[in-house]
Design a protein around this ligand. Structure first.
Ligand SMILES: *[C@@H]1O[C@H](CO)[C@@H](O)[C@H](O)[C@H]1NC(C)=O
Length: 257
């Protein structure tokens, strides 16, 4: 039986063979070590040379001089630009920017902003309980009328219908509620709002938050959000007795001349 790799088999090799093999190992081993040392010396030296070649300026100076190549060094991000009517993104050219905000709570007044002008609001002092309406000339972009119609006290449905009917063709109508905009609204007033495209007017209840955008003699783009409502709900109301305010913002394409 042949035992190729047994201890006895190795020991039986001549001594001279084992010695030359050892020498061989030693020599190749030290050659490898020398080469490694040489290679690392080279690497270190080339790194050293490279470092010498680069002028001794702090990195920040280099960056600064690149900046000063332009007009001014910009050291911090510029403040975000405020958009018309506090929009998140700017309206495209040749459009009107608007934002409708219903009232929410005692001191959170309803607002109508058109082309960055506060048309109705607390600061302008012309917001009142009920339905607040602004009429804008679509062609010129000028606000022509504003009005407030109390729907909690008095009979203001008739005056509101007259006001809406007085708006000429090519008008934009913006409406927002503050506090209660429905308790005393009569059918003729509801009908006038329905005729302008409101789908929520018949659902309005005491203190429902409501915003509505309408147009007379102008075709508004179909994708535009025109109406939003939030009802008062004692269990969910954000303010005591009032639902959260709601808003619509957007851009209306101007008339092409
Ligand atoms: C409606 O108002 C309630 C609080 O009054 C709020 O939690 C809810 O998010 C509002 N809904 C909308 C659509 O704004």
């Amino acid at each position: 039986m042949k035992k190729c790799c047994s201890l006895s088999a190795r020991a039986s090799r001549p001594l001279g063979f084992q010695q030359t093999r050892l020498y061989h190992l030693l020599i190749t081993g030290s050659l490898k070590a020398l080469f490694l040392l040489f290679a690392s010396l080279c690497a270190w030296y080339s790194g050293y040379l490279l470092a010498e070649l680069i002028p001794e300026v702090p990195l920040s100076n280099t960056v600064y001089s690149i900046w000063s190549f332009g007009e001014k060094p910009i050291l911090r991000a510029p403040a975000p630009k405020r958009q018309k009517c506090d929009h998140w993104t700017s309206c495209p050219p040749n459009t009107y920017a608007y934002r409708l905000l219903s009232g929410g709570g005692q001191d959170k007044y309803a607002q109508i902003c058109f082309e960055d002008e506060l048309v109705i609001g607390g600061e302008t002092g012309n917001v009142a309980r009920g339905i607040n309406i602004a009429i804008v000339n679509y062609v010129t972009g000028k606000v022509t009328e504003t009005g407030s119609f109390d729907m909690f006290e008095g009979d203001n449905s008739g005056p509101m219908v007259k006001f809406i009917q007085s708006a000429p063709q090519k008008s934009l109508l913006f409406m927002v509620t503050h506090d209660d905009g429905s308790s005393r609204m009569k059918d003729d007033a509801k009908e006038a709002l329905r005729a302008l495209g409101s789908k929520e007017v018949q659902n309005m209840k005491f203190r429902s938050s409501w915003v509505f955008l309408a147009a007379k003699g102008v075709e508004l783009p179909t994708g535009i959000q025109r109406e939003k409502i939030n009802h008062s709900d004692e269990k969910k109301n954000r303010y005591s007795g009032w639902p959260a305010e709601i808003q619509i913002e957007g851009c209306i394409p101007r008339e092409l001349s």
